[in-house]
Write a protein that binds this ligand. Structure first.
Ligand SMILES: [Zn+2]
Length: 129
């Protein structure tokens, strides 16, 4: 896995996805065709980034130098509410647990495969700004 550089200008921006106009399938990494149906007609949209943590991994030894800083760091798999079936691999700046509702923001350019989950964005169903 190649870890992209972080673009400070994109920090905090909403996740940007592509959505197939033929079948409505959504995906994160830009490509020239729909991975589900093969159509080459996709729209680009920003989504809220709100989702629920499905898995958490703490990386203690990185396989290669990391753009996110020295290990250890925490990676969360977050299921996006705005695009069912779409999941983000997100760097968590603080503790997160499976089941937490978080907001994911973009911290790289359009091709960056990971985003950053803001810690404890929701408590008791209320968004904390
Ligand atoms: Zn499609």
């Amino acid at each position: 896995m190649t870890i992209p550089s972080i673009d400070p200008a994109a920090a905090g921006a909403p996740p940007r996805i592509e959505r197939c106009r033929a079948c409505a399938h959504a995906w994160l990494t830009p490509r020239g065709f729909c991975p589900r149906c093969g159509a080459d007609d996709a729209s680009t949209e920003d989504i809220t980034g709100v989702g629920r943590v499905e898995a958490v991994t703490v990386v203690h030894r990185a396989a290669q130098p990391s753009a996110v800083g020295p290990a250890p760091y925490t990676i969360a798999l977050v299921a996006a509410e705005a695009a069912p079936g779409l999941r983000f691999m997100a760097l968590a700046p603080g503790p997160v647990a499976v089941g937490d509702r978080v907001r994911v923001t973009r911290h790289g350019d359009r091709g960056a495969p990971y985003l950053v989950a803001r810690e404890a964005a929701f408590r008791d169903g209320t968004l904390e700004q």
